[in-house]
Design a binder for this molecule. Structure first.
Ligand SMILES: *[C@@H]1O[C@H](CO)[C@@H](O)[C@H](O)[C@H]1NC(C)=O
Ligand SMILES: *[C@@H]1O[C@H](CO)[C@@H](O)[C@H](O)[C@H]1NC(C)=O
Ligand SMILES: *[C@@H]1O[C@H](CO)[C@@H](O)[C@H](O)[C@H]1NC(C)=O
Ligand SMILES: *[C@@H]1O[C@H](CO)[C@@H](O)[C@H](O)[C@H]1NC(C)=O
Ligand SMILES: *[C@@H]1O[C@H](CO)[C@@H](O)[C@H](O)[C@H]1NC(C)=O
Ligand SMILES: *[C@@H]1O[C@H](CO)[C@@H](O)[C@H](O)[C@H]1NC(C)=O
Ligand SMILES: *[C@@H]1O[C@H](CO)[C@@H](O)[C@H](O)[C@H]1NC(C)=O
Ligand SMILES: *[C@@H]1O[C@H](CO)[C@@H](O)[C@H](O)[C@H]1NC(C)=O
Length: 329
């Protein structure tokens, strides 16, 4: 019910050099069709989520109070004793690889002539992933590594001390303390799930809480430490792993991560931050969300695809909802 899988837009005011809606709220929740309808729907969802959140919070509180923690199954251990974030023979995509990203639903059209699909870890199964492999495509599995989403199968395993403030514009979704042992063991289990489904790599979202009012003590070095942890585990499963946005820590992570997934760097004029990946021969999987999608005028498409700052990036034009619709550059 919560659109929590949608990659979040950031509010960088009037820096945009293309025509897009500037309000993060309108872009996240109210962007389509009748504004009034969506406003009512969003309000309804918000109320429901607050109610569920309270119920879950209460439940967790009670479990903790009764000395719980023994009830949740312990996550499987990584498949090896990897301690090196860079080594391994996992898949390493090359800069410029073509891709598609669909997070709203399991992809309907799986036959696009691209080499990589980025799809939701929980919403897709091993048969879907193996069907991609039959087509010689690689699969990156998306999950949120830095936020609590109320509607994931393992959501009840997070505990109150893991939570920070809500994510702006994302009702029910909370920043997570990425240094929490509990959070890390839940994420280990997610990586194990990804490996068991056959994902070639993982796309951990929301690792840039240091840049936000998270209510937690998250710094750039917490984020680098967290990504090091995730990379060692992912590589231990023979999966690769990328960075998501987080321009400030590109230099600190480019050596042990296999790609960057960036949103809107042309719009926000910050593509240069991500260029070190391409310079290292690694893809920058780049998304722009023009406001007129899916009816993007050729002139808009060209200005995004041909943006000098994004040359060498793997650019796709998408709707915010990250549904099937895509315009490949
Ligand atoms: C990992 O290391 C531990 C301790 O060094 C050892 O007992 C265990 O067998 C190792 N596991 C694997 C899969 O190599
Ligand atoms: C990790 O592995 C890489 C590549 O195999 C190697 O160059 C590097 O020295 C290793 N680092 C450590 C800390 O073992
Ligand atoms: C690891 O992944 C690479 C790339 O997909 C593959 O060639 C290799 O066989 C895999 N190694 C293992 C041990 O599964
Ligand atoms: C798919 O894309 C590749 C690389 O761009 C190209 O060489 C190939 O001809 C395309 N295949 C089809 C069926 O369009
Ligand atoms: C896997 O997912 C696909 C698409 O959602 C579905 O059609 C298929 O039945 C699922 N397969 C299994 C084994 O669950
Ligand atoms: C993250 O921080 C930026 C910059 O302060 C802000 O514009 C954006 O809305 C925040 N995002 C979320 C999801 O809170
Ligand atoms: C993270 O947790 C470890 C122990 O689990 C602790 O030693 C370290 O100080 C913590 N770091 C931060 C930034 O809280
Ligand atoms: C990353 O390194 C490059 C090359 O050394 C440098 O130009 C750039 O300013 C650095 N980025 C940040 C965010 O510090």
């Amino acid at each position: 019910m919560s659109p929590s899988w949608i990659s979040r837009p950031r509010d960088i005011g009037d820096k945009s050099d293309v025509n897009v809606n500037s309000s993060p709220v309108s872009r996240s929740c109210l962007s389509r069709k009748s504004k009034r309808f969506w406003m009512l729907l969003c309000a309804g969802i918000l109320l429901l989520i607050v109610a569920i959140g309270l119920a879950v919070g209460l439940g967790v509180g009670l479990t903790e109070g009764s000395g719980g923690g023994g009830t949740s199954p312990s996550p499987p251990l990584p498949s090896n004793n990897n301690t090196n974030a860079t080594s391994g023979d996992f898949w390493r995509p090359t800069a410029g690889s073509s891709w598609q990203i669909v997070l709203q639903n399991p992809p309907t059209d799986t036959s696009l002539n691209v080499s990589v699909y980025d799809i939701d870890l929980f919403d897709n199964n091993a048969s879907t992933i193996s069907a991609f492999h039959t087509q010689n495509k690689r699969v990156i599995c998306y999950f949120s590594a830095g936020s609590y989403e109320p509607n994931r199968p393992d959501s009840s395993q997070f505990t109150k001390p893991d939570f920070g403030k809500g994510l702006d514009g994302w009702p029910g979704e909370l920043w997570l303390d990425t240094n929490s042992t509990n959070v890390r063991s839940i994420m280990s289990a997610r990586l194990s799930l990804a490996a068991s489904k056959g994902c070639d790599g993982v796309d951990p979202d929301n690792i840039d809480g240091y840049d936000n009012d998270s209510g937690l003590d998250l710094t750039e070095s917490t984020a680098v430490d967290y990504l090091t942890f995730l990379a060692i585990e992912a590589h231990g499963y023979n999966m690769s792993i990328g960075l998501k946005n987080a321009g400030a820590i590109v230099n600190a992570t480019v050596d042990f991560l296999q790609w960057e997934v960036n949103e809107q760097c042309v719009q926000y004029q910050e593509c240069d931050l991500f260029r070190p990946f391409v310079a290292a021969g690694k893809p920058v999987f780049h998304i722009e969300y023009p406001s007129d999608a899916p009816a993007v005028p050729l002139s808009t498409k060209n200005s995004l695809c041909d943006a000098p700052s994004a040359q060498g990036f793997s650019t796709v034009i998408k709707e915010m909802s990250l549904n099937d619709w895509v315009e490949e550059c």
